[in-house]
Design a binder for this molecule. Sequence first.
Ligand code: NAP
Length: 504
Amino acid sequence: MSDIETFRQAIESFISSRGWTPTRFGREIAGDPLFVFDLREGREPRTETRQRIAKAMQTHEISMDALGRPLRIGIAGLGTVGAALINILNNDGDAIARKLGRRIVVSAVSARSRHRERGVSIDEFAWFDDPVALAKSPDVDLFVELVGGEDGPALASVSAALERGCPVITANKALLARHGVALAAMAEKNGAQLGFEAAVAGGIPVIKTLREGLGSSSITRVYGIMNGTCNYILTRMGAESISFEECLKDAQELGYAESDPTFDIEGFDTAHKLAILTSLCFGTEIAADQVFVEGIARITQADIKVAADLGYKIKLLGMAQKRADGIEQRVHPTLVRKTSSIAGVDGVLNAVALETNHVQELLLAGPGAGGEATAASVLSDILDIARGTHVPPLGVPTDDLVPCTRAPMRVHEGGYYIRLNARDVPGALAAIATRMGEGSISLESVIQRPDLRASEPGVEQETSRTVVLITHETIESAVREALNRIASDGFIVGQPQLIRIEEF
Ligand SMILES: NC(=O)c1ccc[n+]([C@@H]2O[C@H](COP(=O)([O-])OP(=O)(O)OC[C@H]3O[C@@H](n4cnc5c(N)ncnc54)[C@H](OP(=O)(O)O)[C@@H]3O)[C@@H](O)[C@H]2O)c1
């Protein structure tokens, strides 16, 4: 047998004994995915290349033998996050194995279409049409759900894995916001872990920080920017004086916003993430349906400009804090001082701020979405599970969670920015001020901006002027009542704009 034939057989036997594909050998050992195919076709590598490969195979053989049994993962969902996860595992496989002392191998995958181009090869993995069958497969030690959706295949497959005691990792905030407590209870009952680092603020390790990083600290307030689409739109409106609609269109073209952006811009996505954080912060059940939600679609250039002149930026914030009458969970556009840390978080970035009894403010900022950043969070959960880390999914056992009692928004106290289109008639301003006074609302400033024309439909530009009121701390119900009275007096046109002010 020729020298080159012996070399080829050694490679074939290495590949088959490990269940590798020729492409993987080429990629991980030879540095050329087509190497084995070329060799099979009789193309001889240079002596130095052969020596380098023989040495790499030897090192690999030894390091593989030293490692424990591989952890076999099954991935359902091979879209933005799923494909990025496979890519990271391909590229960092050896480094991960060295860190863990065992290999992570993808044993099987599932998606809708088997033959879609995904930028990563899935040929070497077993294929399942049905994510539930994948979750039940005895060849899967850890199930990763990256399908999305609050019910359907995501819920069915995650439940199937947990029922058989198989650990689960998911990036699915919609699923957790709705079924998180039931799934956490199922995980506890069956002795399985449930990881969801990627579900809130993508690449920012906020779940681990809350669950394991804060020691005995108790959290007094959590707030943050948790939707990159909204933050991108508001940042661009601030930087370039363009309308909400134009920014949204750009965000869609750049892939930062979905073709149907409702879920993001109306604040529901932030509400899901906030509800998960609230549970971890305050030991309550997840109650996404009790979050007060307002989106950013009504923010105009007039608001952005007046806010900027007053030293503020407008951000879509999710906030939760304990009050005497329950838990306040709210998502709405918010005026924040330009000098605050949260105001510096611009573009598609996300940030979560935690205030505890020991730390005044801990701000975690970074990429809130994107395949690679999100997959990196999924991977950090995989590593935790592979190491055997076991913590209750929601920080405390589900039996110890308390119901999340909603603190009513009408008694929320804070400062308010109110923009009105006041009719350009004598007495209009005086009437508005009177109504505010009747509600015991003290005004910090009244700003008239005839240069900022209203942009709402039905508002006649020539006969109204933009008036902005900034209130001192007051009660939400008083502001709403005053605005109702002002509207019925007939001195304003269109809908008043009301934005809450938060001092951090
Ligand atoms: N993208 C992000 O930046 C990001 C950030 C944080 C969290 N997440 C969360 O991560 C999850 C995945 O997001 P993604 O952006 O990767 O979604 P995506 O790109 O839309 O991918 C979804 C994947 O699920 C598969 N799928 C859909 N329905 C299925 C079914 N019935 N059976 C089997 N497979 C099915 C799709 O298959 P086909 O490819 O064959 O159509 C696709 O591979 C979601 O829960 C999302 O909220 C995403």
